[in-house]
Design a protein around this ligand. Structure first.
Ligand code: COD
Length: 302
């Protein structure tokens, strides 16, 4: 069974208590619209941290109802990011969201040794995509957002972070394809060596809570027909829930192709920190932002 459509994230995240979300610098890129909607739907209780005058003007211009939403006035962007991160590290908020601020600035604040959200483990980004051309099938990609060129140990952590998130959204044994350009081990292609090692580590119980196979090429990770033609029989080939990509470039390209060239929807979150971080890009639609908040809210549950 593969996951279909991302709407279940909205349904599930409405159940139980709304999570308190700290949104840093909520200016003009649909983040405010998505948070206002998430508050209305009972998914989150939002706190907006930024220039209060600007936030209220924007809400009025765009017609967002801020009643019930708290605003912390901090006109300086760096200090607004710091305050937002501190709200989460002090447990005043259950999850963090990036508004109109550079991804690297937010991540650097999250990694601050004194007041950041480090846990001693690796932080990694997971993006779930709903792919129309596959009848709405949900395919995850990690890590196309945070870790640039992960080594084998980092890839293990990326898988573990993703598996823990899949468990929280109701997939007890996610099928993870360790991607490479080919499905055979080739000593000249390091991604195939890491993928084979990860598959073996999973088989031997060194990586738990998921099924990992690799190396797999994108086609035989996703398409059962392609896996059959290549003679691959494994519980993962053709049925992958998540693609473990070799580096940020591969992850970013796959993700952007799915969003911008297939008209898909997505939901993205940074995992492995004290609490999840909703990290969408300026170009993501309001819908993708709302789905990301729902994913973050589910991942924030203990
Ligand atoms: N998890 C935990 N700790 C980390 C991580 C991580 N993923 N990355 C770095 N650290 C720690 C290091 O151990 C070190 O203690 C400190 O943070 C600084 O490490 P650097 O110098 O390697 O990292 P930075 O601060 O220069 O950059 C970290 C970023 C996450 C900002 C950087 O890796 C980055 O820019 N990633 C890409 C983000 C991006 O642009 N995404 C957009 C794609 S759409």
């Amino acid at each position: 069974m593969t996951m279909q459509r991302l709407d279940f994230l909205l349904e599930e995240s409405k159940k139980g208590r709304p999570m308190t979300l700290a949104l840093a610098c909520p200016y003009g890129d649909d983040a405010l619209a998505a948070v206002a909607r998430a508050q209305l739907e009972g998914i989150v209780k939002a706190v907006l941290i930024g220039d209060e005058g600007k936030i209220r003007r924007l809400a009025e211009q765009e017609g967002h109802d801020l009643s019930g939403i708290s605003v912390v006035d901090e006109p300086d962007d760096d200090r607004a990011v710091e305050k937002s991160v501190k709200m989460v590290s002090s447990k005043e908020a259950d999850l963090l969201m990036k508004g109109l601020v550079k991804t690297s600035s937010l991540l650097k604040a999250v990694l601050d040794k004194e007041w950041g959200l480090r846990t001693g483990s690796l932080l990694s980004h997971l993006f779930l995509f709903e792919v129309p051309i596959l009848d709405g099938r949900v395919v995850g990609v990690s890590d196309g957002g945070m870790n640039t060129y992960p080594d084998l140990s980092a890839k293990v952590k990326i898988i573990e972070n993703a598996a823990a998130c899949y468990h929280k959204i109701g997939v007890p044994q996610p099928k993870i394809a360790a991607l490479a350009a080919v499905e055979t081990v080739n000593p000249d292609m390091p991604a195939t060596l890491d993928a084979a090692a990860l598959a073996k580590m999973n088989e031997r119980g060194q990586i738990k809570g998921c099924l990992v196979d690799g190396p797999l090429a994108l086609d035989n990770a996703i398409s059962e027909e392609s896996a059959r033609i290549k003679g691959l029989s494994s519980p993962v080939a053709g049925k992958a829930d998540m693609l473990l990509v070799p580096d940020i470039e591969a992850g970013n390209f796959v993700g952007k192709v799915l969003l911008y060239m297939t008209g898909g929807r997505g939901a993205g979150v940074v995992l492995g920190a004290k609490k999840p971080i909703v990290l969408t890009s300026r170009f993501d639609t309001m819908e993708t932002k709302l789905l990301s908040i729902a994913l973050g809210a589910l991942a924030a549950r203990s």
